[in-house]
Design a protein around this ligand. Structure first.
Ligand SMILES: [Zn+2]
Length: 862
């Protein structure tokens, strides 16, 4: 039995001989209201075979198959179906396969997910397939290059709505039992992984977009936005439609290819594993993007970015699709880049590139320094490889490299290349070469230069560090200036970088502003001289990747580093400041700056940080430093200093401001010591107040979790709070808080619920894991280090990959940060050389994080 995997070779062979004419899929979802756990799925699949007589197979993950009919001949399911594949023997030139199956509702977010709303008992369904879970819902050929039109129909309870990629062909038909059958128009030719069904008593808001096209016709796009009924009171669909229309304007202007999928629905769905999914005409988002409590502007900005990222996929990914998962980056890097680009070009969210530089690229830098890093164009042998490749390389590094490409070929050439690419490959599949071919034409750089660029940036792994080197004469003038480039030993590639070097000086009013900017090509060599800067007075600060044109770790000369220590907060330009925050964080991670120095910078300068996203990123990184990078003997003092600093900033922040909320959340997370915790109790009880601070439901949970984790609140308080907020979010936050209680019995119960049963839905499993490991409870979780290594392979074998990923990453004993844990991890890696490569990849990454933490602690102890 092949298991649930599918290899690239198998997919290639199948695509070589098969072509799909179309699917008709009938789903009977009436059972969702009961507890059978299954639904009926009837698929009719018409396809051709270029080698009649050949055998092939279809994919289906289902607990039971009722019948399989191939070209009118009944096949015995017991013989042809093995749980994940249907054998198709002796194909004709033209074939019709009919599969009648009972499929399973999912509670892991993979396939057709079923959720019951605790507020009103209503049932909600939605699908999530990428990379290969459509086969949990209907029989198919689950690979991106066997595109086809899909005709879905859904039978559902009378009070439900149903949505799919295409609009319904008319009003639903009523059946004898009053249920409704919705028939959806056949889709364009698309891949299985972007088909979608959303069904349930969803709340729907509607709007409309229209646009004159160059040929004089008018493009009409009906817009929909959906969420659970119980969230409708918080649903700001106006804002969502505004960003949607701005995006549609932008992409039509730049891509010159009319949106090809008819309507555009955006459904916000519960217990969603990822941010969003670009199903054409039926985009799904995690419903946490609907804000029940006050959030900062950074949250709205982040949501707008995701809306635009998914919209860019309508062209890049949905209209033109990668042939196999090796080129996943083709769509993800592009969408990630376009998300930030269109946000700044077309919406009110002007900080898009700052967030990109500071937050998105932090993800890339981390991933690219793991021992498991890989070139942006990856070698994806099978679906397990594919699943792990939705990572910081594919998204953030790829997008950063596209930003560098735009600096290299120019904005106009880049967009002209995209326009040609869409026209040339519409409804088809592509590889990297297809993109390079159009760019070679539009950029004027030629095929050779483009493949050179591709080799440097796309086909090698690792991040370069760029460092300025200055010599200065007695008058303080630069006599020699160079940019030094280096690379890690295991990924030694040096690259051509298009950069801007910025020189910054202090003004009389104490601000650090740019006095000079030089744009240049850094050669793929260890040292590139910059003669343009000779004769310039030595500046207070040098940024060798000013404006964030390239992808690198930006380092400083000693003089600049001194300036940062005294004046980081004085840098006037928010992007330059964000780049410096990012650079000092990279230095901390690399053990070049003691963690307590980094915390000191946060405590001194974060209070003045105007960009709320940068501030919240600094909070997250400071928290991670405290947990993992501060030397053990310094932890208590550092934790005190951070909590005190957070409280000082909380009291100083403008009442009612985003900054006040960010500091309140940070204080809630870091509070320790009796006085702090009494204040937390007071804020929760309403006996203490901070002017302008609304202690709303989300903040209440954050405060309560801190009290539970420190043993000052427990079951009674949690039960009362859940009564007050008996919602899906409430249940999740209550679960996390409960798992954070500081006693051995709680840890044992949580471990059992996560590892030893398979009953928790994805969202609650994640909450249990989030509560389990608390920085203040190292000794309580230490006994689980050994069991962790013992259960890894069983977890990997028995749980769905989405769940296994969470357990392997979330329960790694990161708080037991000792040489012994490192040695135990190495032992597992040695002994389990034959474990699944994807599992080994995860464990190696956890090991690397731990080794990095130990190096950072050593640096901090010096
Ligand atoms: Zn994407």
């Amino acid at each position: 039995m092949p298991g649930t995997n599918l290899t690239r070779d198998e997919a290639r062979e199948r695509a070589r001989i098969l072509a799909v004419d179309g699917y008709a899929v009938e789903l009977d979802l009436r059972s969702a209201l009961g507890d059978s756990g299954r639904f009926r799925s009837l698929t009719t699949l018409r396809f051709r075979c270029s080698e009649p007589g050949a055998d092939s197979f279809a994919d289906l993950l289902a607990p039971h198959v009722r019948s399989v009919t191939l070209n009118g001949r009944e096949l015995d399911p017991a013989e042809v179906f093995d749980g994940s594949r249907i054998a198709l023997p002796g194909l004709a030139a033209e074939n019709e396969l009919i599969v009648d199956a009972d499929c399973a509702y999912s509670h892991t977010g993979e396939g057709l997910h079923r959720f019951v709303d605790p507020v009103d008992g209503e049932v909600y369904l939605y699908t999530q397939y990428e990379p290969a879970d459509a086969r949990r819902v209907f029989a198919n050929f689950e690979q991106p290059d066997l595109k086809a039109p899909f005709a879905f129909s859904v039978t559902a309870p009378a009070h439900w709505e149903a949505f799919s990629n295409s609009a319904a062909t008319g009003a639903p038909e009523q059946n004898d039992d009053r249920s409704l059958t919705w028939t959806f128009a056949p889709t364009q030719r698309i891949s299985t992984y972007i088909t979608a069904i959303v069904a349930g008593p969803y709340h729907v808001d509607r709007d409309h977009y229209s646009r004159e096209l160059p040929d004089g016709t008018t493009l009409e796009i009906p817009l929909g936005a959906m969420c659970r009924k119980s969230l409708a009171q918080y649903f700001d669909s106006d804002e969502i439609f505004t960003v949607t229309k701005q995006g549609l304007d932008f992409f039509h202007e730049e891509f010159d290819y009319p949106y090809p999928f008819g309507k555009y629905d955006q459904a916000f769905v519960p217990e969603y594993n990822i941010g969003a999914m670009e199903n054409p005409g039926c985009v799904t988002f995690r419903e946490e993007f609907i804000y029940r409590s006050k959030v900062t502007e950074a949250a709205y900005e982040s949501r707008a970015n995701v809306i635009l990222h998914e919209m860019a996929h309508m062209w890049f990914g949905d209209l033109v699709t990668m042939q196999w998962w090796d080129d996943l980056w083709l769509k993800e890097s592009f969408a990630d880049f376009m998300g930030a680009f269109s946000q700044v070009a077309a919406t009110k969210y002007q900080a898009g590139w700052i967030t990109f530089a500071n937050r998105r690229k932090a993800w890339a830098y981390r991933q690219d320094q793991l021992p498991t890093t890989h070139p942006i164009t990856a070698d994806i042998r099978d679906l397990e490889d594919a699943k792990l490749n939705f990572d910081g390389i594919t998204y953030a590094k790829g997008a950063a490299v596209l930003k560098q490409l735009v600096a290299y070929v120019g904005r106009d050439a880049f967009f002209e290349g995209a326009r040609q690419y869409f026209k040339r490959h519409a409804f088809g599949n592509t590889t990297l070469d297809d993109l390079l071919a159009v760019l070679a034409g539009t950029s004027g750089r030629g095929a050779e230069a483009m493949s050179e660029w591709s080799r440097s940036w796309l086909q090698t792994a690792g991040v370069n560090a760029l460092t300025p080197e200055l010599t200065v004469d007695a008058e303080g003038r630069i006599t020699d200036f160079a940019v030094l480039q280096d690379a890690a030993a295991d990924h030694p590639t040096l690259r051509p970088h298009r950069v801007a070097v910025g020189l910054y000086d202090l003004t009389e009013d104490g601000r650090l502003v740019r006095s000079k900017r030089v744009e240049l090509d850094v050669r793929a060599e260890a040292r590139t001289a910059v003669p343009e800067l000779v004769g310039t007075p030595r500046p207070a600060l040098v940024l060798v990747n000013d404006d964030d044109l390239t992808y690198c770790k930006m380092r400083f000369d000693e003089h600049s580093l001194e300036t940062l220590r005294t004046s980081l907060g004085d840098i006037a330009d928010p992007l330059a400041r964000a780049l410096c925050w990012s650079a000092v964080w990279n230095m901390t991670r690399d053990g070049l700056m003691p963690a307590r120095d980094y915390l000191d910078l946060v405590l001194r300068f974060a209070g003045r940080e105007t960009d709320i996203g940068v501030l919240q990123q600094a909070h997250a990184q400071a928290r991670l430093s405290l947990e993992q990078y501060v030397a053990p003997e310094g932890r208590e003092a550092a934790a005190r200093a951070v909590a005190e600093g957070a409280l000082t900033e909380l009291r100083a922040a403008l009442p009612g401001s985003d900054h006040q909320l960010a500091w309140a959340r940070y204080f809630a997370q870091t509070a320790n010591g009796d006085a702090d915790l009494r204040l937390v109790e007071g804020l929760l009880a309403g006996t203490a107040r901070i002017d302008g601070l609304d202690v709303d439901q989300e903040l209440r949970w954050a405060l309560l979790q801190t009290l539970v984790a420190s043993g000052r609140a427990g079951d009674a308080e949690l039960t009362a709070e859940l009564q007050r907020d008996n919602t899906a979010s409430g249940k999740r936050l209550e679960t996390a808080a409960r798992a954070s209680a500081p006693d051995a019995a709680t840890k044992a119960r949580t471990w059992h619920a996560v590892v030893e049963t398979d009953e928790l839905p994805n969202a609650l499993l994640e909450a249990e894991i989030a509560g389990f490991q608390q920085a203040s409870q190292r000794e309580l979780v230490a006994p689980y280090a050994e069991p962790y290594f013992e259960v890894l392979e069983k977890v990997w074998a028995e749980r769905s990959i989405e769940i296994a990923l969470r357990i392997v990453n979330g329960l790694f004993p990161r708080l037991v940060s000792t040489e012994a844990t490192l040695a135990r991890t190495d032992l597992w890696l040695t002994e389990q050389a034959d474990a699944a490569p994807a599992l080994r990849r995860l464990v190696r990454e956890c090991r690397d994080d731990l080794a990095r933490a130990l190096r950072a602690q050593a640096c901090d102890a010096r």
